[in-house]
Design a protein around this ligand. Structure first.
Ligand code: ZN
Length: 344
């Protein structure tokens, strides 16, 4: 789930510094520095994906240029509105052109910085993600950062600061973002996303304190796709599948990018639920089908469920060790099918 995924939903509702959920210390510091007119000329906003770094950079640009509520950003004046829509002349976002942010792009920004803000108080340049500056671009940016211009503020956004040139990093004041705590996350899901109570728990467990991830999971299409893939895996494993089916499924699973880990989470959650139900049934055979059960494991075979659970844990370990998603998906289907055949 990219930062951008979070912005798509939040675009309509979130604006100004007061709208940022969590990150109290970062916001407090920015407000203090604005009040004292001691803002740095470049900030490095680092932290996990989807926690609101890019949103904070945008809110800061609004706070700096808002005429109605300077220092906060009212959200509805012409300046706030155009920054939100990304069409304000004093709010620039530098993104990769292809895989990298290239030197020509940095030169363009550099030229623009010479003139300073056109109509606002500050020209804010957001570089997102800053770890995608290629070597030449990073060197060019370094020069710009070494000669700060009045009224120009850089916000470098990254989830991988270690991939950046150390000299660029050290030219910026660091703003570290963490994941949201349970209370903040709960508030975000209920108040901001308006989720029904029955989905809050699951999404809270899967989102790992990242509102951006929660937004992507809560979007009907994102969620439905992951559930559909999970059911497909179960169907493949329980049915008679061909090699072609396995490769097709693995290819499909391989296209999940930031959603791959949430897919594994969803698989874990469901297997945990099935295991609990199966154990419960064994101790109380009179208990009927479980209500939410979208898949019926014949005879509630515990052994299969344990094997599946183990295979899914194994997949996660390999994934975290940077394993190839497609290969992982193939192994997952084959392991699942084998476990079923061993007992069937
Ligand atoms: Zn405003």
């Amino acid at each position: 789930m990219s930062e951008r995924a979070s912005e798509e939903v939040e675009v309509t509702s979130v604006t100004g510094l007061s709208s940022i959920v969590g990150h109290g210390r970062v916001l407090e510091m920015l407000r203090r520095e604005m009040d004292a007119q001691r803002l740095a000329h470049a900030y490095l906003l680092s932290g996990p994906v989807g926690v609101g770094k890019a949103l904070t950079a945008r809110a800061l640009a609004q706070a700096l240029n808002c005429k109605e509520e300077p220092g906060e950003g009212c959200g509805h004046c012409s300046s706030c509105d155009r920054i939100r829509r990304g069409v304000h002349p004093d709010f620039l976002v530098l993104e990769p052109d292809g895989r990298w942010i290239k030197v020509e792009q940095v030169r363009e920004i550099e030229a623009r910085c010479e003139t300073g803000p056109f109509e606002g108080t500050y020209l804010v340049v957001v570089i997102d993600p800053a770890d995608r500056l290629n070597q030449a671009a990073a060197n060019a940016l370094l020069k710009t950062l070494e000669e700060p211009k009045a009224g120009v503020l850089f916000c470098l956004v990254t989830a991988a600061p270690h991939k950046m040139m150390a000299t660029v990093r050290s030219r910026c004041q660091s703003l570290r973002f963490g994941v949201l705590d349970e209370i903040e996350m709960h508030r975000f899901l209920v108040e901001r996303l308006g989720l029904e109570t029955d989905r809050v728990g699951t999404i809270e467990a899967m989102a790992d304190g990242s509102p951006g991830r929660a937004v992507a999971l809560a979007s009907d299409s994102g969620w439905a796709r992951l559930v559909e893939l999970r059911q497909k895996l179960f169907r493949l494993a329980l049915g008679s599948f061909s090699t072609v089916d396995v490769f097709a499924f693995a290819a499909e699973l391989g296209t999940l990018k930031d959603e791959f880990e949430p897919f594994l989470d969803l698989l874990d959650l469901e297997l945990g639920r099935l295991l609990r139900t199966a154990v419960h049934r064994r101790t109380r055979p009179d208990v009927g089908r479980d209500e939410g059960g979208q898949i019926e494991i014949p005879g509630g075979r515990l052994q299969v469920l344990f094997s599946w659970y183990w295979a899914s844990r194994q997949a996660r370990r390999l994934f975290q060790a940077n394993g190839n998603r497609r290969l992982l998906a193939e192994t997952l289907v084959v392991d699942f099918a084998r476990a079923w055949r061993d007992v069937a």
